[in-house]
Design a protein around this ligand. Sequence first.
Ligand code: BEZ
Length: 328
Amino acid sequence: MISKYLKTITAAAAVAAISASAALANDFRLGLLTPPPHIWTKAAEKFGAELEEKSGGKHTLKVFPARQLGNEAQMLQQLQSGALDMAFLTVAEVSNRAPDFGAFYAPFLAKDIAHAGRILGSDVATEMLEQLPGKVGVVGIGYGMAGLRQIVSRGEVNSAADLSGKKLRITPFEPILDFYNDLGAAPTPMPLPAVYDALANGQVDAIDMDAELIWKLKYFENADTVVESNHMMFPMVGLVSAKVWQGLSEEDRAQISEIMKKYLAEVVTTYVEKDPEWLEQVKGTGKTYKKVGADFFGDAPAKWDEKWSEKSAYLSKMREVAKSTSEE
Ligand code: BEZ
């Protein structure tokens, strides 16, 4: 009788021990839309490897690139429900839910890629992350980025008038939609994987894109003109589901933050270093290459500021940050 009682107690203790360790250990999943060789994906993998090592194998991370878990809107929903633990998402997607983040897309906010890095490292940029748990159900750990935005077009582009009425691919988010609408183009929202074929078969006349992908995914191949305009920044943000975050110990949170921040910062440094090199390589392809400034876009940048001063409480602060960080 006593031995049966003891067996029951021992079994119950074993079950309790197993569930306690299950609550502490985590097999995290991180989603992103970029393909496996992309800088963001590599950074996510390095983050996972270091997390596993530093946690002594307690935590593991499986990275799901190339929209395996859905598009960014779907990944954001999964983060909100806790079905997905982490993601590296474009700030573009986040700005669809938290319009304050639209301030990052103020035309010509950054004078060059290094300046973009300094803006993302500012206290104001960090402060903006504080609203994410309440507004979007995610915790923002820090920023990464892709390069500044350029335009690649079929046909000649000598002035903005040449883009008038042209179907121009954009990442699906409001700040850029407003910008090209004000310019008189016909902005066409389209996710990244559809872009190459759309430009090749003439479904779109032009694309809004960063230097890295113009070069590496060979978007220039199906175009006649590359316009180096550097008209907008393109930040990324490292996110953890707020639901998942709540279940983590202080120690785990600190460790995840520290390691993820390290690799997000490395992404920024990589773009600062490489963006000018990719542009040089694109220039060397023999396509017509034009370098333009804000005046190319006429009154579109000013109209954008007028509109977005209503939509984002952070626009004027962000312009101040840009001013104060314009010199190193
Ligand atoms: C884009 O939509 O153009 C894009 C998205 C993620 C990384 C780089 C570019």
